[in-house]
Design a protein around this ligand. Structure first.
Ligand code: NAD
Ligand code: UGA
Length: 468
């Protein structure tokens, strides 16, 4: 019969482990939830008395305030967390491999494996082990083999796949009302019982018709498939944006007209300077690698093109800036508004802004960056990584970080909107215009400004997906 879960441990206190398990704790006061991580600074931030949490996510501090110390705990004592739990989420990072077999494509499963081995090593009772990280198909099988080969007598391990579909910036509302919760299990009686135990946790707030039970491999593949298809929509709309700019069509109108078809749907069709974030590119490359490993080169090429279109979109955007500024931006000041990969997050992983700034830097432009959330240290770390063989003090000769959008635009020739922060809609453009060199250009990579209004002020405006 299904075990009733009373103690949960989550390994990994990152963007996924933190918010998901904080919400479980909030919604299930009868369950003790301990989130463990090896990173002391991160755990300290989760425990900080003034709720300066390690990630910015609207509504998150409210959840943590209500549950922390009641039935939600953060700790670096990984072993204790594992020992006490009856259900363990593995929510560690699975970045793209940087070297070795599959470098640049395959997922690095080292962190998942280390966490799994730790579970096998320290467990003294049976556990349900839940793969929460996004992983290649059949990873659960490897986890099961490792656990079974290392378990003590009277310890049974049941493996579940429970991929996470939250998006950053809306994590809390996504978790409160998920479109679906997906649970993959072996189709054995024990596997089905484990699935029922986890479903029992979610059913405290998720309607049961939204909790889907499938096989392990389907669950793992569905996560990669969902991200690949979401990213493919953006690459499709971005490909069309290039046609719009060349023809005078308007991508907003095209996306609206196409999305009105209920079979297509109107969400996630916003043209942009390119998608970013820690997962879309990583998960598609993972799917490409999987397809190649399975000797399906046509399938691999199909998905690879989604990433290539995204690279093209970023390049096309920075080239447009150079072309428009009379074919040279050397020594010219460019204000980049937004550094996060999307609004309402401080996360910068794979942000399109990084690529743009790298391109501008290579053209020897001067860049002023403003982002309302991203820490300065993070910006410097990202630029140092993106611009190889250039010491930070040299980068700082070309790049500065400003305290406001207005300050960033002062003395600039062009403003580039890279992230769709709400505050960029309310900028006092007349004031910005006064402070800029003329002709003053605005490049809207996020479709958020009223181009006509800005043209009346005197700006020259270029919007992604809009011909003149
Ligand atoms: P993250 O890097 O923010 O967090 C992972 C954490 O795991 C880190 O704090 C790290 O210190 C910790 N960790 C690694 N190995 C450990 C170990 N052996 N013991 C204890 N702690 C360990 O990563 P994330 O963004 O939370 O992503 C985690 C997984 O979830 C990835 O597979 C990702 O693809 C997937 N995912 C992410 C998102 C998202 O929005 N970020 C959404 C859905 C799924
Ligand atoms: C995405 C998925 O939406 C989540 O379901 C998934 O759980 C997550 O990846 C993951 O696996 O990590 P996330 O990357 O946080 O979530 O954010 P999205 O809202 O999907 O945005 C991704 C990128 O696409 C951003 O750079 C965003 O600006 C861009 N985007 C999004 C567009 O350019 N146009 C759109 O219409 C939508």
């Amino acid at each position: 019969a299904p075990v009733k879960v009373t103690k949960i441990c989550c390994i990994g206190a990152g963007y996924v482990g933190g918010p998901t398990c904080a919400v479980i704790a909030l919604k299930c006061p009868h369950i003790t939830v301990t989130i463990v991580d090896l990173n002391q600074a991160r755990v300290d931030a989760w425990n900080s008395p003034d709720f300066k949490l390690p990630i910015y996510e609207p509504g998150l501090d409210d959840v943590v305030r209500q549950a922390r110390g009641r039935n939600l705990f953060f700790s670096t004592d990984v072993d204790k967390g594992i020992k006490e739990a009856d259900l363990i989420f593995v929510s560690v990072n699975t970045p793209t491999k940087k070297s070795g077999v599959g470098a640049g494509f395959a997922a690095d499963l080292n962190y998942v494996e280390l966490a799994t081995r730790r579970i096998a090593h320290v467990s003294e009772s049976s556990k349900i082990v839940v793969e929460k990280s996004t992983v290649p198909c059949r990873t659960a099988e490897s986890m099961r083999t490792i656990l079974e080969a290392n378990s003590k007598p009277n310890c049974r391990f049941d493996i579940l796949s429970n991929p996470e579909f939250l998006a950053e910036g809306t994590a809390i509302s996504d978790l409160f009302g998920p479109d679906r919760v997906l649970i993959g299990s072996l189709q054995t009686p024990e596997g089905k019982d484990a699935c029922a135990s986890l479903a029992g946790v979610y059913s405290n707030w998720v309607p049961t018709n939204r909790i889907l039970s499938v096989g392990l491999w389907s669950s793992e593949l569905s996560k990669l498939a969902a991200n690949a298809m979401l990213a493919q929509r953006i690459s499709s709309v971005n490909a069309l944006s290039a046609i719009c700019e060349a023809t005078g069509a308007n991508i907003d109108e095209v996306a609206h007209a196409v999305g009105y078809d209920s079979r297509v749907g109107n969400k996630f069709l916003r043209a942009s300077v390119g998608f970013g974030g820690s997962c879309f590119q990583k998960d598609i490359l993972n799917l490409v690698y999987l397809s190649e490993s399975l000797h399906l080169p046509e399938v691999a090429a199909y998905w690879r093109q989604v990433v290539e279109m995204n690279e093209y979109q970023k390049k096309r955007f920075s080239k447009n800036v150079v072309d428009t500024l009379f074919n040279t931006i050397t020594g010219k000041r460019i204000a980049v508004l937004g550094f996060a990969f999307k609004a309402d997050t401080g996360d910068t992983r794979e942000s399109a802004a990084i690529t743009l700034i790298k391109d501008f830097q290579a053209e020897r432009a001067l860049v002023n960056i403003y982002d309302p959330q991203v820490e300065h240290n993070q910006i410097w770390a990202d630029l140092t990584e993106a611009i190889p063989n250039t010491p930070l003090e040299n980068i700082k000769k070309q790049v500065t970080i400003s305290a406001s959008a207005l300050e960033a635009c002062k003395g600039a020739e062009a403003v580039v909107i890279a992230t769709e922060w709400k505050e960029f809609r309310d900028i006092d453009w007349a004031l910005v215009y006064e402070g800029m060199n003329k002709p003053a250009f605005v490049f809207d990579g996020r479709l958020i400004i009223d181009a006509e209004k800005l043209r009346k002020i005197g700006f020259k405006v270029k919007t992604i997906g809009r011909g003149e």
